[in-house]
Structure formats: structure tokens, C-alpha cells
Design a protein around this ligand. Sequence first.
Ligand code: PMV
Length: 326
Amino acid sequence: MNQFTTALSNPNIALIKYWGNRDERLRIPSNGSISINLAGLETRTSVCFDPTLPQDTLTLNGAPAGNAARERVSAFLDQVRVMSEVRSFAAVVSENNFPTGAGIASSASAFAALGLAASHAAGLQLSEQELSRLARRGSGSACRSIPGGFVEWFAGDSDETSFAESFAPAGHWALGDCIAIVSQAHKSTGSTEGHSTASTSLLQDTRIATTPRRLETCRRAIINRDFNSLAEVVELDSNLMHAVMMTSQPPLLYWQPATLGIMQAVQEWRSGGLPCFYTIDAGPNVHVICLENKIEHVAARLQRLPGVLEVRTATVGGPARLIVQR
Ligand code: PMV
């Protein structure tokens, strides 16, 4: 009887965003990015290669997944099969403790946990860099959920040179993320499709050309624990990515009225002396970053804003890890 190997990973929130690929198939991004892993939000994925299976199977949050998700996972498992001696299909069981597909980057933690569990189940002992590269093939941002803490993804220009690395451990700076959920719905245009239209925006070339400066500012602000510099560069970078999204063909408008209300409230709170700033991924929900000791205060304020359905909170998380090793 084959046994399951289980891995756990946290999603991550990008402080400097990845949007657009220079190589779609290999998911080599057009620009580097920086993120923090989100402890408290978790994906737990178990994998078992089983010679009796007629195809790969995927159970997502307790129910059989749809064909599109299963095929994406199967294509990813093909990478693992190519790298290893294993030729059989696998049973994959995955669970998130947060809503899927609404701007909490479930694909990042999904492919980080799957890469770790599947490579281990196939008998591979990959280095952190190799795991990060493997996870990247499933979903670009997944490469950032492999290392822990404060992470930078070096864009690179090939499969070998495009991976993420930690530049400060989770304990370096006690930040918190309050995620204001304004919609639980699955987003209509996923990020894979979004990346492919990024270059249709007149603004994308300028965004890419100026990213190294923002990466440098962001990295320095984190290393020096300079909250105000971090706040400015992160909001600017998020706004730039959404400006590209809005001016692409077809235009991508991820914000809802409540999204903008939260952005304005957060800026007012910061002007009033509460250290917090916003950043938004490919969805309407708003991540509000604050000091960890202000999480409850910020979450309570967010909860009172119009259109906020729920507030999830997270702290800075560690690396993807195996939780059952047989
Ligand atoms: O990894 P993907 O293909 O889901 O892309 C993620 C894109 C953003 O979340 C919008 C930005 C980022 O850097 O995480």
C-alpha cells in the first residue's frame, strides 16, 4: 500500500508585484518581485503515486476538482515524473483554510505545497532553489512560497536562473496582514490569462523598466524596518500594476466600489498616525499591512467599513515544509 506524503505551505502577498511573463510556458516573469509569506493561511497537500490509478486525481477542499484544475495539476506532475523514476499517476488531496480564487493567491501555496509533496513522494531530494524553480512552473508566484519570511524572486532569463530566495527570516520584522474580503467569488479572469495580456498596456514597459528601483527601495525598507518608505513604495507598485491591468486589452478591472473605499480609508488612517498601507492582487480584496501589534485594531476598523464581508489576518510565515515523512 503506497503512502501519502504531505506538505504545508503559506500563500504569499507580493509587496512588489509580478505581472507579465517574458516566457509564458516556463513562467519566466518580466520583472522581479518581493513578497512575504502569510502564516495563519495554509494549504495542506498530500500526494501518493499509485501504479493502479488510470489517471491523476485531485480532491480540492473535500470534493473532486473540475477538469481544468486537474489538468493543470497533472501537467505539473508530468514535470516531477520527468525529473524522477516515477511513471505512475498520483492521487492529490489538497485543502486550504482560506477562500480559493479571490485574491489570496491560492495558486501560490497550492503549487508550493504540491511541488514539495510530489517531489518528495517521487523520491527526489531537491534543494530549496530547485523546489522554487519547480513550483514556479505551476504558478509563477508559487516560487516565492517555498523559502520563508521576506522573499525576493529573481526574474532571471532561463529556467535555471528564475527562482526565489529569502533575504530576511520571518522573525526579522513583526508585520501583520489584515485581508479585507469584499467578495468570495472566484475571479473572472485568472492571473495566467492576465499575464498574457499585460504587454498590451502602454504602461507595462515603463512599469517593468522602473521595477529594479522599487525592488531596491522595498528591500532596503524591509532590511531597515522603515515602515513609511515601505508603505509608499508598496502602494505605488500596487497602483502601477492595476494601472497596467486597467489599460490592457481587454481591460481588467478587479476593484469593486468597496475596494476603493478601503484604499482611501487606509490612506486617511496612515495620515492620522496609524502605520498601515494597502496592496491588492488580481482580485477585489485588499491586503492591509500593519505592525503585528496593530492587527486587531486595524482588523476592527476594516470590519466597520462598507462592503467588508470578513477580515482574515496573518503574520509573516516560514517556508514550505513536509509534515509527514515516511
Ligand atoms: O502566480 P500567478 O500567476 O497567480 O500571478 C500572481 C500575480 C499577482 O498576485 C497579481 C502578483 C504577485 O506578484 O503575486
